[in-house]
Design a protein around this ligand. Sequence first.
Ligand SMILES: [Zn+2]
Length: 273
Amino acid sequence: MQSSIIAPRTVAIAKGWVRLTHDFIICTPFGVVCVPKGFEYDGASIPRPAQFLLLLNRFDPRLRAAACVHDYLYRTGLFTRKEADLVYKQLMQVNGIGKIRANIHYEFLRACGWKAWNRHRKNEIMTNKEKEFVTFIDSLGLRYFTGAEILQSTRKVRDGVKNTIPPKSKWNNIKDASRVIDELRHNLGVPITIASSYRSEKYNKKCGGVKYSQHKEFKAFDLQCKRKRPKTIYRALLAMRQAGDFRGGLGEYKTFVHIDTRGANATWKGKGV
Ligand SMILES: [Zn+2]
């Protein structure tokens, strides 16, 4: 029955973590869940000592869908905790784990899942520093981009390393670049997503960013757009730079466009562009 197992497609990354290489979409009694490509998790819905007691091998392929979706639901708070636990049980059973065993796991999650759930809910709440940061961005008078969106890009995790908000001394650095992308968004008339803004030293390393990355200075954005190709975004930014709207770097990549306002012009293309 190996072939009938429903599981996300992943690649292994550091410390037992895996990353989704494709969106993983699943129908549940509580609604459709789409765990996005790029989502990282360590499959530890059940703490390790308990995994041992429950005779559970965390690498059992029959558990992968359950662990992935459960982790996603706990992290996002998309469903209630009970619903997330029920989805876990259902996905175990769908993949051929017996009712009794699935029930033991479920009861265990009901009894012990609080800790992880609350930790994730706490992460959703903004710290005072983050609130101040969001207020600062929102005070820049941008028409389209919000402090909350930029904050999200500073909360990403890569290979288990969490990004942070920039230190206050660098906040003003983003003024120019944010005006540029706001103007770009206005000219193009379609939604643009900020895939990356500030990157801490450690996080930048994990992203494979260059040593003197403008992201570390909070002078850069990586932009994505569902409705326009990166080339179109790149060309629009190039035209703005030629018109004297800003001086800085422009990089065209396969899936995104980099823009920064370092003060001197630089232009490059990513692999395969
Ligand atoms: Zn970049």
